[in-house]
Write a new protein. Structure first.
Length: 737
């Protein structure tokens, strides 16, 4: 059974502290003469102020003299305690690490205060050390006094002075008290104390050090210090001790010891050499502080700052650092570096339909699949969301990057098993190379991102190299977005209206508002030329709000001029639909101020919205219904929505896409399909509107199929407000030409 590691060892006195514990008369600690230069017994424990000043200037004061058997102090001019060693703290009854604002003068016996003040002034004003014999009290309110000898000299900084305190009683009694005091200090110290001999074998450890390692003291004594370190620690320590022997200043280093149970003990360690009176190296004394807890905490903080919590991959911060380093290395070695920017297509649909938990599971699996496609020397990082990057360093040819991209596309195309369900995504990958495509990490990442969007536009599940054309297109987009930001304030937007005709009566009863941008340099732009950029920049929300309010104004004017109800439908972007619902209340308040019936406005939404998180969509559509607004499902038949969705969600109008109309003939399957959709929609209480009607024949077939409304060039192109009003006022039924 192991012995109690907290019990004092049999030989209590460490060799280096022999003068204190064993009563020896002359041993040097760190080349500082405890015995003094002469033979006067009164000075055998004295350190000269010159020696003290030399040692402090060498950086030893805090560590070398921490265990010295005399009191050492650094005092401000008003004698406020700035620094002291363990003996000094014990003599004054203070905590060494937290003396507060205590003043040394307060511990001088009252009848000696005048002598002490003169002594301090002499030390401050003289270039030679000063000495004073007086009496101290134990504690600031203590009654029992004890005689001391003080030596002091001014600090070279001009901000403080140094003071050495020695007990002036008989030497034998002083040594006995010092022995007991140091025995208590060493064995109760909260820092490890470790002494080694000239061969670096252990000659003494205190109980705290043994406890930190988990060994009994006797299992450590006579063992080499490096036996408790790993290879890296051994090399650092041996180098450190050699430097100390050559007179280098003591430094604090971080070391890892190996505990008895094999775990790591992280410490800060200060080693100080021990020499005899002739300057012969005797060994070293080490002060060891356990920093395992703070080390673990700092390691955790570092890991959290540099790695993604979900996938454990390097995050954006770590990626940027590695990209910069790898680009420098590629420049030195004259090799190619390729950056792959990976975006998961359809990930949002998986996240919304199967839930965020399964979405996270997919990201973890995707990270593992991508990792299998790259080398151990490559860097795979997650930038955030469904975006990943791969740094392929040390390439001799660009084709190597292409093979990796092909493998990643194939790996991510396979279905993902997600909690009993299957999730399917694809990868769009952009490739940019250094030095051909960029000179800086920021530029390389930006170009890889641009190439990724080109791959996505080309059909997804593919990769695309960066080209200068992509850069020009990106610059064009940036200019367009910049122009968009000022377009609203400049009044550059306007609405045109395409009539929606009642197929039974030929009367224009409603119209679709179509956004136009009258660009000052490029002329009139249609939505297809700028809406995507408005969505990516977030400007679509502000633009959509303007469209709604302008359409409401126009609906009010049309109704007043026609003397009958008139509806205007406005297209709502999925980005705006998923945004902050607060603007809904603003719309309701706006139509109320106009004294306009809310049903005068129809909100057109796309099929994809119905699949974009069923609960949230249902709530948003229900809020429209509660406001009195009507909702139309636009471009039905081109997406993933089915008739079952029409039953689930609050929809008023079903707008058939032009693909059902353009090839319609009397005996075509398109007509049969159109008829079936109309019948089922009517059963669900929906009104059907056909889009893209261009011929009278198509109009006639839609009437035959039972369709309610139609819009298209057969009736009119998009019209200015006054043109639409004139056409609607004419009262002439519109029939296809």
């Amino acid at each position: 059974m192991d012995k109690d590691t907290h019990a004092p060892p049999a030989e209590a006195a460490p060799p280096v502290l022999g003068p204190v514990f064993g009563g020896l008369a002359s041993v040097r600690v760190h080349d500082a003469a405890l015995s003094g230069a002469g033979t006067d017994g009164e000075d055998r424990l004295a350190f000269s102020p010159e020696r003290l000043r030399y040692e402090q200037e060498q950086g030893y004061f805090n560590d070398i003299y921490l265990l010295a058997p005399v009191g050492y102090f650094v005092l401000a001019f008003d004698t406020t305690l700035l620094q002291m060693n363990l003996v000094g703290a014990d003599l004054l009854g203070l905590q060494r690490s937290n003396p507060g604002r205590a003043k040394f003068r307060d511990y001088v016996a009252p009848r000696f205060l005048a002598d002490f003040d003169a002594f301090v002034q002499g030390a401050l004003n003289s270039s030679t050390p000063q000495r004073c014999d007086l009496q101290m009290t134990r504690g600031r309110a203590g009654e029992q006094g004890y005689p001391v000898t003080l030596r002091a000299s001014a600090d070279g900084s001009g901000q403080a002075f140094r003071l050495v305190l020695e007990l002036a009683e008989g030497k034998l009694a002083a040594l006995e008290r010092s022995e007991e005091r140091f025995r208590r200090i060493v064995h109760s110290a909260q820092e490890g104390i470790w002494e080694i001999d000239a061969q670096s074998c252990t000659s003494f450890v205190n109980p705290k050090m043994a406890s930190m390692l988990g060994y009994p003291i006797e299992d450590i004594v006579e063992q080499p210090l490096v036996a408790f370190m790993d290879d890296e620690g051994r090399a650092i320590l041996e180098r450190n001790i050699a430097q100390r022997q050559q007179g280098a200043a003591s430094e604090r280093h971080e070391f890892k010891f190996i505990r008895r149970d094999g775990s790591a003990l992280w410490t800060t360690l200060v080693t100080n050499p021990i020499f005899d009176a002739r300057g012969v190296y005797l060994g070293a004394l080490a002060l060891v502080t356990d920093i395992s807890a703070s080390k673990a905490s700092s390691d955790l903080i570092w890991h959290q700052a540099n790695f993604d919590a979900l996938t454990a991959l390097p995050n954006r911060h770590m990626f940027q650092d590695r990209l910069g380093q790898e680009m420098k290395k590629a420049k030195r070695e004259g090799l190619i570096l390729a950056l792959l920017f990976i975006d998961l297509d359809q990930f949002k649909q998986v996240n919304d339909t199967l839930g965020h938990e399964q979405g996270d599971a997919l990201l973890v699996q995707a990270a593992a699949r991508i990792s299998d496609c790259v080398r151990a020397s490559d860097t795979l990082a997650r930038l955030g969301g469904d975006e990943f990057t791969v740094i392929l360093a040390g390439l001799e040819q660009v084709a190597s990057a292409e093979r990796v991209a092909q493998n990643i596309v194939a790996a991510l195309a396979r279905p993902f098993a997600l909690g009993g369900e299957q999730g399917e995504v694809s990868a769009s990958i952009g490739i940019a190379c250094y030095p051909a495509d960029a000179a800086t990490p920021e530029e390389l990442l930006r170009h890889a991102d641009q190439a990724m969007y080109a791959a996505k536009k080309a059909g997804r599940s593919r990769y695309h190299y960066f080209t200068q054309d992509l850069q020009l297109a990106a610059q064009h987009r940036q200019r367009l977005v910049a122009d968009l930001r000022s377009a609203l304030a400049a009044g550059e937007f306007e609405l045109a209206y395409q009539p929606i005709v009642n197929l039974a009566s030929g009367v224009i009863e409603r119209a679709e508002a179509l956004l136009r941008w009258r660009h000052p340099q490029r002329g009139v732009l249609h939505p297809g030329e700028f809406i995507e950029h408005a969505e990516h920049s977030g400007l679509i929300v502000e633009i959509g709000d303007w469209v709604f309010r302008r359409a409401a104004d126009q609906a009010k004017q049309f109704q007043s001029a026609l003397g009958r109800p008139f509806q205007i439908s406005v297209n709502q972007s999925p980005v705006q639909f998923r945004g902050d619902p607060a603007w809904c209340q603003g719309w309701l308040e706006y139509v109320a101020r106009l004294d306009l019936a809310p049903r005068s406005i129809v909100i057109d939404v796309t099929e994809g919205i119905l699949l974009d998180g069923a609960a949230e969509v249902l709530q948003r559509l229900r809020s429209y219904r509660e406001m009195g607004l009507q909702v139309a499902l636009d471009d039905f038949g081109t997406g993933y929505a089915s008739l079952s969705h029409l039953k689930t969600f609050d929809i008023d109008f079903l707008k058939l896409d032009r693909v059902f109309v353009q090839d319609m003939a009397g005996d075509s399957g398109d007509l049969a399909l159109c008829e079936a959709i109309v019948v089922m929609a009517h059963k669900l209480g929906l009104t059907v509107v056909a889009e893209g009607v261009e011929t009278a024949a198509q109009q006639a077939l839609l009437v035959q199929a039972g369709c309610d409304y139609a819009q298209g060039y057969v009736f009119a192109h998009a019209l200015a407000p006054d043109e639409l009003l004139a056409l609607a006022r004419s009262g002439v039924p519109l029939i296809g030409k």
